[in-house]
Design a binder for this molecule. Structure first.
Ligand code: AP5
Ligand code: MG
Length: 188
């Protein structure tokens, strides 16, 4: 199995690059943000609870997203591997993911971290916000809170994967194709 964590701040290009990577390596894409937005659209109980947190750029509780990932792993037992996009986002989530995968006799092979300066992130998200309909793209204050949340709660995971010898950073500025090539060079 090939299990990758595609990591990076909001707007770094995790979703964009995942689309190309799942095709090349025949992987299942697990984006907790996409799954949560699906729950919001479907107006499920979970979606109704998550919406306010997401719209403000705050994290939803660990147990909610860990439960979602567990369900997806169970639904995709015969997968070639997974790309985790936007998950894990906290140390508790990283530890839970290790446990879930080890129970299935597998593990994370690699964390690939897209490096993009804050100014470029803000520019990309405001541009997308013009027609994405995402409340968390719509204003600079919320975008700033997403970046702060990333720095406070999520960036420490760099250390977590570094300590496991699984971390590589990737220059995340350039064309989508250039960045895709940088990623595939590391994955091999
Ligand atoms: P999530 O959906 O994960 O959002 P995010 O990580 O904040 O950011 P994005 O998904 O918007 O960015 P991305 O890195 O995927 O970039 P993309 O390819 O889209 O999470 C949303 C919310 O859900 C969170 O705030 C939280 O509330 C909740 N949540 C999700 N997961 C959670 C978890 N594990 N725990 C707790 N809460 C969780 O690209 C961005 C834009 O840039 C696009 O318009 C794209 O076209 C453009 N672009 C991409 N690449 C390039 C390039 N090379 N050059 C120029 N533009 C580019
Ligand atoms: Mg995304």
């Amino acid at each position: 199995m090939l299990n990758l964590v595609l990591f990076g701040p909001p707007g770094a290009g995790k979703g964009t690059q995942s689309t190309n990577l799942i095709e090349k390596y025949n992987l299942v894409h697990l984006s907790t943000g996409d799954i949560l937005r699906g729950e919001v659209t479907a107006q499920t109980e979970l979606g109704l609870k998550a919406k306010a947190l997401m719209d403000a750029g705050n994290l939803v509780p660990d147990e909610v997203v860990i439960g979602m990932i567990n369900n997806k792993l169970e639904e995709n037992k015969n997968a070639n591997g997974f790309i985790f996009d936007g998950f894990p986002r906290t140390t508790a989530q990283a530890e839970a993911l290790d446990k879930l995968l080890s129970d299935k006799g597998t593990s994370i092979n690699h964390m690939l971290a897209l490096q993009v300066p804050d100014g470029e992130l803000i520019k990309r998200l405001l541009l997308r916000g013009k027609d994405s309909g995402r409340a968390d793209d719509a204003n600079e204050e919320v975008i700033a809170n997403r970046i702060k949340t990333y720095n406070d709660k999520t960036a420490p995971l760099i250390n977590y994967y570094q300590n496991l010898g699984k971390y590589t950073d990737i220059e995340g500025v350039g064309t989508v194709n250039e960045i895709f090539e940088r990623l595939t060079e590391v994955i091999g």
